[in-house]
Write a protein that binds this ligand. Structure first.
Ligand SMILES: C[S@@+](CC[C@H](N)C(=O)[O-])C[C@H]1O[C@@H](n2cnc3c(N)ncnc32)[C@H](O)[C@@H]1O
Length: 439
C-alpha cells in the first residue's frame, strides 16, 4: 500500500497557505488524519462544525484521506452579488473562494477549464488574482467577461435610453407565446443592435454588459424577466410546451419594460460590490484570457503558468444542450446545434474517464510546480457512482500528487437536481473535491 505516487514520506508544509499535510504520518491514518485535519480546520478559520471527520479510502493501491465537514456555507460568508447569474450545474462561489484563499496569493493565476458562468474566475478576480477561463460553450464568456468591467450606472442608463427600438419587427421564430409584442419588439431591437455593434467592431464594455444581463433575463418565473411565467433561460422550454403552460396557467404575456429590467438586475448584481472589489475585477479583466475551446486543447495557456485550477467538469448523462439553450443562443446569434457538438457528453463512465484523462494531461502541463488542482465532482446517479474515486487515478497518472478528497456537506438550501447530480435526501448538499498538487 502506498500513500500517493509521488508525495514523499516527509513533512510537506505549506506555511504560506496554512494547509499542512503531514505526509510522513499518512501511513497511520487515524493519528495523521486527525493532525492534518486539525491543520486543515485551522485554515478554515473556525468554520468547521462538530460533525467533521477524516476517513481514508484505498484507491488503486493508494491510501487517500477524505476530509469530511462543513468547510464553507452560504450562510457563514455571503457571496458577492456579482455572482448571481444562473447557469446549469454551477457551483456556489464559496467553493472556489475556499481554495483560492487557501492555495494562492495575490497576482497568482487561477484557471477554470470548464468555466460555465465563471464562478471560479469571478471569485479569483474579486480576490486580486489573475485569471484564465475556458469553456467549449461560447455563452460562458458572454456571461463571465462583462462582469470584469462593472459598468458606471450613468453610462449604462444613457446607453439603454439610446437603444434604437424599432416600430416593426421580423423574426424567423414565433416567440409570441413567451413575450408581449412590444417586449418582443424591444428584445429584437436589442439583439439587432448588439449584432451590428459586434459586426462593425464597435461593441464595448457597456454593450457586453447589456448582452450579459439581457441573456440572463430572457425567460423566468417572475416579473424580473422579459417573458411570461416559464422556466429560466438555461432550461428554456419549446414554443409548443410554452403554449401548453400558458393554457394550463391561463396566462398570456404582459408587457415588460426591458430597459428597466436590465437596470434593475444591474443594480442587484452590483449591490454589495466594494470599490476595491471593482478595482480588482478590472485589473484581472485587463490581463484575463477567455477561451472557447475543448479543455484538452488549450495551447494558448503557457506551460507551468497556473497556480490553481478550481473546476467542475461536465458529468455523466446526456444534457439536451441545444434544447435547453435555444433561446439564449437565438438572442446571441449562436448556433445551438453546433455548440452541442463541442460539449462533452459521456454516456458511460469509461468514456468520461478517457476524456478526463486527457484533461488532466493538459492541466498537468499548464500547472506550475507547487501549483494545485481542485476538481469538483458530485454524487452521480444517487451516490451509486463516486466520481471522486475515479478522478484520483486520473490525476496520479497525469503526474500529480493527490492531497486528499475534501467533502463539503452543507445544509441544503436550494440547488437543482440536474446533470445526474442528486442532493441526498437528508437535506444536505454535498460537494466532493479531489485536491491535487504538482511537486
Ligand atoms: C458543470 S459545468 C461548470 C459550471 C461552473 N463550475 C460554474 O460554476 O458555472 C461544466 C461546463 O463544462 C463545459 N464543457 C463541456 N464540455 C467541455 C469541453 N470538452 N471543454 C470545455 N468545456 C466543456 C460546459 O459548457 C459547462 O459550462
Amino acid at each position: 500500500m502506498v500513500q500517493t505516487q509521488c508525495v514523499p514520506r516527509r513533512v510537506l508544509v505549506m506555511t504560506r497557505i496554512g494547509l499542512v499535510l503531514l505526509t510522513a504520518e499518512l501511513a497511520q491514518p487515524e493519528r495523521a488524519g486527525a493532525l492534518s485535519y486539525s491543520k486543515l480546520a485551522q485554515s478554515c478559520r473556525g468554520r468547521i462544525g462538530p460533525a467533521n471527520r477524516v476517513e481514508h479510502v484505498e484507491i488503486s493501491d493508494h491510501r487517500v484521506l477524505k476530509y469530511i465537514g462543513e468547510f464553507w456555507t452560504s450562510k457563514q460568508r455571503q457571496a458577492a452579488s456579482i455572482s448571481e447569474i444562473s447557469y446549469r450545474a454551477c457551483f456556489k462561489p464559496q467553493l472556489p473562494r475556499f481554495f483560492i484563499e487557501l492555495l494562492t496569493q495575490k497576482n497568482d493565476t487561477v484557471y477554470d477549464p470548464f468555466s460555465g458562468r465563471g464562478t471560479t474566475v469571478i471569485e479569483a478576480g474579486l480576490l486580486g488574482r489573475s485569471i484564465i477561463a475556458n469553456d467549449a460553450n461560447p455563452l460562458s464568456a458572454i456571461l463571465a467577461r462583462p462582469r470584469f468591467s462593472p459598468p458606471d450606472l450613468a453610462r449604462l442608463e444613457t446607453r439603454l435610453a439610446a437603444l434604437p427600438f424599432a416600430k416593426e419587427f421580423e423574426t424567423e421564430v414565433d416567440l409570441s407565446m413567451f413575450f408581449h409584442p412590444q417586449t418582443l419588439m424591444e428584445i429584437i431591437s436589442i439583439r439587432n443592435y448588439l449584432k451590428e455593434q459586434r459586426k462593425t467592431g464597435h461593441e464595448d464594455d457597456i454593450d457586453r454588459w447589456i448582452r450579459m444581463v439581457a441573456s440572463n433575463r430572457l425567460t423566468g418565473h417572475s416579473t424580473g424577466f422579459f417573458s411570461v411565467y416559464t422556466l429560466p433561460p438555461n432550461q428554456a422550454v419549446s414554443p409548443e410546451s410554452q403554449i401548453k403552460i400558458n393554457r394550463r396557467l391561463q396566462q398570456q404575456p404582459e408587457y415588460r419594460d426591458t430597459r428597466k429590467i436590465i437596470l434593475k438586475k444591474t443594480l442587484s448584481l452590483l449591490r454589495n460590490l466594494t470599490e476595491a472589489q471593482k478595482r480588482n475585477l478590472r485589473i484581472a479583466g485587463n490581463s484575463a484570457i477567455f477561451l472557447t475551446k475543448d479543455a484538452v486543447d488549450t495551447a494558448e495557456i503557457s506551460s507551468e503558468s497556473i497556480q490553481l485550477t478550481v473546476t467542475s467538469p461536465p458529468f455523466l448523462d446526456v444534457v439536451q444542450y441545444s434544447n435547453d439553450n435555444w433561446l439564449r443562443c437565438w438572442f446571441n446569434t449562436l448556433d445551438a446545434g453546433a455548440i452541442s457538438k463541442q460539449i462533452t457528453i459521456s454516456r458511460n463512465i469509461e468514456d468520461w474517464r478517457k476524456k478526463m484523462s486527457s484533461v488532466f494531461e493538459e492541466l498537468f502541463r499548464v500547472t506550475r510546480p507547487g501549483g494545485w488542482v481542485a476538481f469538483e465532482v458530485g454524487e452521480v446517479r444517487n451516490g451509486k457512482i463516486n466520481l471522486d474515486e475515479y478522478v484520483v487515478p486520473l490525476g496520479l497518472e497525469a503526474g500529480f500528487c493527490c492531497a486528499g478528497i475534501v467533502i463539503n456537506q452543507q445544509t441544503f438550501t436550494k440547488t437543482a437536481n440536474i446533470w445526474g447530480i442528486t442532493n441526498n435526501k437528508s437535506g444536505t448538499n454535498t460537494n466532493r473535491i479531489v485536491l491535487f498538487c504538482k511537486n
